[in-house]
Design a protein around this ligand. Structure first.
Ligand SMILES: [Zn+2]
Ligand SMILES: [Zn+2]
Length: 328
């Protein structure tokens, strides 16, 4: 039977490490491509060698989504082996762009989001600087990708992986499900110890396509709950089994957070048209600083969208900021 090896790579973020999985098959395959550092590269090489394989042997890379900690080494792998790299088309642009040409273009929607959210100028400046560093240090470089779609079946010697679209954490997040052996490669969609953040999709916000990351994430959780899974092989942390219990916990977490955010909006009483996203976020997550404020705002705005949809709150643009207020 094709063996599956988890390769854990350290990353310089609070989450500490990321997984990729090596499937020893007649088409040697990786699920996800780790993080782009020398240390990461050496770790992967070493882990493959322990399995009697080498970097240039990799023929296929299946990406769960387009975040930097999951696509980082894809370019290096392709360079040395010519591997085919697959990703869902909705996450394609997250990893395919040229740092020289697009850094400013990539930053622009973030800056608009921060302005609309009422982030103070000095905090925007700090975050923008952090983004520059991230782009320069960790961007994996251009590589060619092929698309995969929900329902695709990917054949291995002894099993098949089915592509399950799980939009939410990112718009193009997918999981890979081995139905026969009930193994589920969950990427960042479902983690045991971390409540993954349905990250706001800034491009789509501006296009007005109405994609709402948290709503879609909760729908994807419902779908996952209905699958018959024995083992979850996550993007961070070790394999776990009690996925339905974990899904219930995540849903409860989001319900509690939503009630908390509603209380914050309802506490507003100074009559100047409402509270901006930054103020609400900092009431809910007072400990956040710099880039993490973006993640907090991202989660908060997801809940605000749902609360507005349910009619508990309303919002409008006032002096280039979106202000939220309770509905009576
Ligand atoms: Zn991610
Ligand atoms: Zn991740």
């Amino acid at each position: 039977m094709s063996s599956i090896t988890r390769i854990e790579i350290p990353i310089p973020f609070p989450i500490k490490s990321v997984n990729m999985y090596f499937i020893d098959d007649s088409i040697p395959t990786l699920i996800d491509a780790g993080f782009h550092t020398e240390e990461g590269l050496n770790l992967v090489k070493k882990a493959l060698e322990e399995k009697g394989a080498h970097f240039p042997d990799i023929k296929r890379v299946l990406l769960t989504h387009g975040h930097l900690d999951h696509v980082g080494l894809a370019g290096k792998i392709q360079e040395s082996s010519g591997a085919e790299i697959f990703i869902h088309p909705r996450d394609r642009d997250k990893c395919i762009w040229n740092i020289e040409t697009y850094a400013e273009k990539k930053k622009a929607p973030f800056l608009r989001f921060f302005q609309e959210g009422g982030l103070p100028e000095n905090v925007i400046k700090t975050i923008a600087e952090q983004m520059d560093v991230r782009f320069k240090s960790f961007f994996p470089g251009d590589f060619n990708v092929m698309e995969l779609h929900g329902g695709d079946h990917i054949a291995f010697d002894d099993f098949t992986l089915e592509v399950i679209p799980c939009p939410g954490h990112t718009r193009g997040s997918v999981c890979f499900f081995d139905r026969e052996n009930r193994r589920f490669f969950s990427g960042d969609h479902l983690l045991e110890k971390i409540t993954s953040n349905p990250v706001v999709e800034l491009e789509n916000r501006e296009n007005g396509t109405g994609y709402k990351s948290l709503s879609r994430y909760l729908e994807s959780l419902d779908l996952t709950e209905r699958l018959d899974i024995k083992e979850v092989l996550p993007g961070h942390g070790v394999l776990f089994q009690e996925y339905r219990k974990r899904i219930r916990e995540i849903k409860k977490h989001h319900r509690t957070r939503q009630e908390e955010i509603l209380r914050v909006v309802q506490s507003h009483s100074d009559g100047n048209g409402g509270m901006n996203l930054f103020t609400i976020t900092m009431r809910v997550f007072p400990e956040l600083r710099a880039w993490d404020i973006f993640l907090g705002m991202s989660e908060t705005v997801g809940h605000l969208e749902i609360l507005e949809e349910k009619g508990f709150i309303s919002s409008s643009m006032v002096n280039e900021q979106r202000l939220y207020r309770p509905e009576n």
